[in-house]
Design a protein around this ligand. Structure first.
Ligand code: PLP
Ligand code: COI
Length: 346
């Protein structure tokens, strides 16, 4: 199979249309059999549930070319399960977990020519999403839903790639206490648009949200979980909170830290004062899009908190974690059982 003529190394994190998407409709209480489509346009009634009451959720995962030329994706069963959980919280009918994984396989296979080559620095981003399709005017869930998967080749989420970023603490929350912060609802991202544009206008890369109830504990950014390193690289600390997304990347990093790198992992409440007091040597953002992106500086309303590893390079322990994670994803390091899902292309 011949790859598309794309300058893979210069891709950034933007949408580019590919050949096929996947689509399945939920109607009369059941999902249809689903199919690939070349139609990348969605047409629906102006009163559709998603347009009126934002009934939508999504997922994000990637397909990679491994060192030995296979196409794989990373733990798609966990994305399937998380989307299932998002759907329940939003009164949407879950797309069955096994069908989700099969649909990912099908759409990646159909777009194999778009999966960036090994070593190019790019990957194929896979975006499953679901929304309320039929008209609703009273505040209630839709009866009909569309589940789709689009794929698009991407480069690094942050422009500098592995260069440390600077985050600020915003005056806004992305999620409410007991709200929807723990699921991947589209509405969480709508909430973050004004704060992210304000952060960019002020010269910062991202917002670091504090817990919405007390504004004293660290939560996550608009699109990634947070990890800290302390004790000379011996300990990884990551926030525990019901209002952050349970990142699959973060869960994987914690496992690799404990089982591959012999580190101690603490998942607990992290107070901003601990960061101010210089408790941590390194800080990173982690997620499918962000992979592991180092943070060099936090700005709290003009007060600068420097992370010891600084603004020049990724710190040594995050680099080790980054190499281990991407090594597993790209087939250079033996993966734990069931993590790497091969997609066979004939
Ligand atoms: N937190 C938020 C708000 C996100 O949007 C994402 C991205 O999916 C993550 C964390 C990271 O999650 P994952 O590692 O499963 O991609
Ligand atoms: C992801 O990492 O997959 C995300 O969804 C984060 C962002 C692109 C919204």
């Amino acid at each position: 199979m011949e790859k598309k003529d794309v300058d893979w190394g210069s891709l950034d994190f933007n949408y580019r249309e590919t050949d096929y998407s996947y689509v399945s409709m939920y109607k009369d209480g059941k999902w249809d059999e689903g199919k690939l489509t070349k139609d990348h346009t969605v047409t629906m009634n102006e009163c559709a549930g998603v347009l009126q009451y934002s009934q939508s959720c999504f997922e994000g995962l990637k397909a990679y070319t491994t060192e030995d030329g296979k196409i794989v994706c990373f733990r798609p069963d966990l994305n399937a399960q998380r989307m299932h959980d998002s759907c329940l919280r939003l009164e949407m009918p879950p797309f069955p977990v096994d069908r989700f994984v099969k649909a990912v396989e099908e759409v990646v296979k159909a777009n194999a020519a778009w999966v960036p080559p090994y070593g190019s620095g790019a990957t194929l981003y896979i975006r499953p999403y679901m929304f309320g399709y039929n008209p609703v005017i009273g505040v209630k869930p839709a009866d009909e839903y569309m589940f789709r998967i689009l794929v698009t080749p991407v480069g690094p989420y942050f422009k500098g790639g592995m260069k440390p970023v600077e985050v600020r603490i915003p005056d806004y929350d992305r999620a409410a206490p007991h709200g929807t912060g723990g699921i991947k609802a589209g509405l969480n991202y709508a909430m973050s648009l004004y704060p992210i544009m304000e952060a960019h206008r002020q010269g910062f890369n991202e917002n670091m949200y504090l817990d919405p109830a007390t504004r004293t504990k660290i939560e996550e950014t608009g699109g990634a979980n947070i990890i800290f390193i302390k004790d000379n690289g011996k300990t990884l600390v990551t926030p525990k909170s019901d209002s952050i997304l349970p990142s699959i990347t973060r869960r994987s990093i914690c496992y690799l830290a404990e089982n591959y790198l012999n580190m101690k992992v603490e998942q607990r409440e992290i107070f901003l004062t601990e960061v101010e007091d210089g408790e941590f040597d390194e800080m990173g953002l982690c997620g499918t899009a962000a992979v592991i992106s180092p943070v060099g500086r936090i700005n709290d309303h003009g007060k600068v908190i420097n992370i010891k590893s600084g603004m020049d390079d990724m710190g040594p322990t995050l680099k080790k974690l980054y190499d281990t994670l991407t090594g597993v994803q790209m087939g250079r390091i033996k993966a734990p059982e069931g993590w790497v899902h091969e997609i066979k292309v004939d």
